[in-house]
Design a protein around this ligand. Structure first.
Ligand code: NAD
Length: 473
């Protein structure tokens, strides 16, 4: 049994003394794969001290030198590629052959990208008449991440933070510490100066508030549920630190009457099933014209039944298990709720697929006849569950799409791009994917309403870790 009983603090492996241990369960086998010792307040204090001690030198290291470290980390991520794949398979059940595309490749590119971006922008001084605008790293940053894209979420914060000259303390989600541990080993291997990257394992409800409140942390970047994101913001308020919140979603996807229905519906189904439905920006509300309902359900059913739910090591698996028992129960509860609420189950349900005898597997599930008044039409399920909702005209579609507490992402599939753009402009969301587009790390990512504050990815992400100083001459 693997023991994760050391944190990475001040460039060293620091033994954790806490009594609380978290058992890491492989969601495909339900076997325990590791015990993780959870950090205490004292461990967090050490990490905060280390990050503060490292900040003056790191922030004054020439940006080209910092970029070299980011490139060295990216090179070493390639060396440790197979270990990173394994970490995602055993801790969250992602099919092994999909880990690269879903979790790793973009993260490796991002390490290099933010180094280059910082070289181009950090030292640039903007002049506005007698005013000089300079950029400074914001300081010590706390990064708190969820379990659904462990490495991708870490790098989405770490790469711009390090490139900007910040030092960090990171806390991964309880059940997915393995990729983060490998990243700490990589930082150690490439000789990243001590204290620039510090990693602690711990319960969110225990050490999360300590990190959010801490007066010696200048910024907290949080990704997770809206519930915990609100807690973070409340806890951070007394120290007036910057808070970046990447929270939940229930994103709407409008398919218009004159769209290529089969292509549009297939794209939507595949989008929701990817990563076993555990994607914050998944387009989980598919809004379709009643006039084309029969074609929609035919394509949706076909696309769902093409998914291969199987052991993550099976070569043709497209969906592994859900990441944890807790998430498995939540998703099954929502499916039962949908049935009680009167939605119609087109495919899927709560029974485990017959080709697997254990593990937190759930079939691709599609509900039709969902309305905006149902809880499954409003609440984030975070599993492979698509809700199909009908509309009569495009005004009604936009009204349903925007009738949500969330506003993370959205989608439009119309006759063509020109027809999709005016609809995209009216959707209340941080992103809109049109005509079957895919995630790009160059596009700023983040929410409006209760989906969050701030932006990750794109050039905008670097800005989150920067303070502007105005020098008036
Ligand atoms: P969660 O909020 O329970 O946990 C996320 C992280 O926050 C974990 O590390 C957890 O330990 C920590 N945490 C929990 N309570 C805390 C507190 N009071 N203070 C500080 N930290 C705390 O969420 P989850 O179930 O792990 O993740 C799923 C959620 O994350 C979904 O709602 C999903 O939409 C969201 N998410 C959002 C994005 C985005 O970019 N917007 C990306 C991925 C996931």
């Amino acid at each position: 049994m693997k023991q994760l009983d050391h944190a990475y603090i001040d460039g060293n492996w620091h033994p954790l003394q806490g009594q609380n241990k978290f058992s890491l369960i492989n969601p495909a086998t339900q076997d325990s794969v590791a015990h993780v010792t959870m950090a205490t307040t004292a461990d967090v204090e050490l990490a905060v001290d280390a990050a503060n001690k490292a900040f003056p030198a790191w922030s004054n290291t020439p940006v080209s030198e910092r970029a070299k470290y980011l490139n060295a980390i990216a090179d070493e991520m390639l060396v440790r590629y197979d270990d990173l794949v394994e970490a995602h398979v055993v801790s969250m059940g992602c099919p092994a052959h999909l880990v690269g595309a879903y979790h790793l490749d973009c993260a490796i590119d991002a390490m290099r990208y933010y180094g280059e971006l910082a070289i181009k922008t950090m030292d640039k001084i903007e002049e506005r008449e007698n005013i000089l605008l300079t950029k400074q790293p914001i300081g010590v940053c706390a990064l708190i991440n969820p379990w659904n894209y462990p490495l991708h979420q870490l790098v989405g914060k770490l790469a711009p933070a390090l490139a900007a000259g910040c030092t960090v303390i990171e806390k991964p989600a309880e059940q997915t510490p393995l990729a983060d541990l490998i990243m700490a080993e990589i930082c150690y291997k490439v000789g990243l100066p001590a204290g620039v990257f510090n990693l602690v394992f711990g319960y969110g409800f225990e050490i999360g508030p300590i990190m959010a409140q801490h007066p010696k942390i200048n910024m907290i970047s949080f990704t997770g549920s809206t519930r915990a994101g609100i807690e973070v913001a409340k806890n951070a308020a007394s120290s007036v630190k910057r808070v970046c919140q990447e929270l939940g979603g229930k994103s709407a996807y409008i398919i218009t009457e004159d769209a290529d229905i089969d292509a549009a519906v297939r794209y939507g189904v595949e989008d929701v099933m990817a990563n076993t439905g555990q994607t914050c920006n998944a387009l989980t509300r598919m809004l379709v014209p009643t006039s084309r309902y029969q074609e929609v359900i035919k394509s949706a059913k076909e696309a769902a039944l093409e998914q291969v739910v199987a052991d993550p090591y099976q070569a043709d698996a497209t969906m592994g298990p859900l990441a944890s028992e807790n998430q498995y129960q939540i998703v099954k509860d929502y499916i039962q709720l949908g049935i009680r609420e009167g939605a119609e189950l087109l495919v899927g349900g709560i029974e485990r697929p017959t080709n697997v005898s254990k593990g937190y597997y759930i079939k691709p599930t599609i509900f039709t006849k969902v309305t905006k008044h149902m809880r499954i039409g409003q609440e984030e399920i975070f599993g492979p569950v698509l809700c199909i909702m009908e509309y009569d005209d495009i005004e009604e579609a936009i009204e349903i799409a925007n009738d949500s507490q969330y506003g993370l992402s959205s989608g439009v599939y119309a006759k063509d791009k020109a027809a999709a753009l005016p609809i995209a402009a009216r959707l209340e969301a941080g992103q809109c994917y049109i005509q079957g587009a895919y995630f790009s790390m160059h596009a700023p990512f983040g929410g409006v309403k209760q989906s969050g504050n701030g932006r990750e990815w794109g050039e905008e992400s670097l800005q989150e870790y920067i303070e502007i100083k105005a020098i008036i001459c």
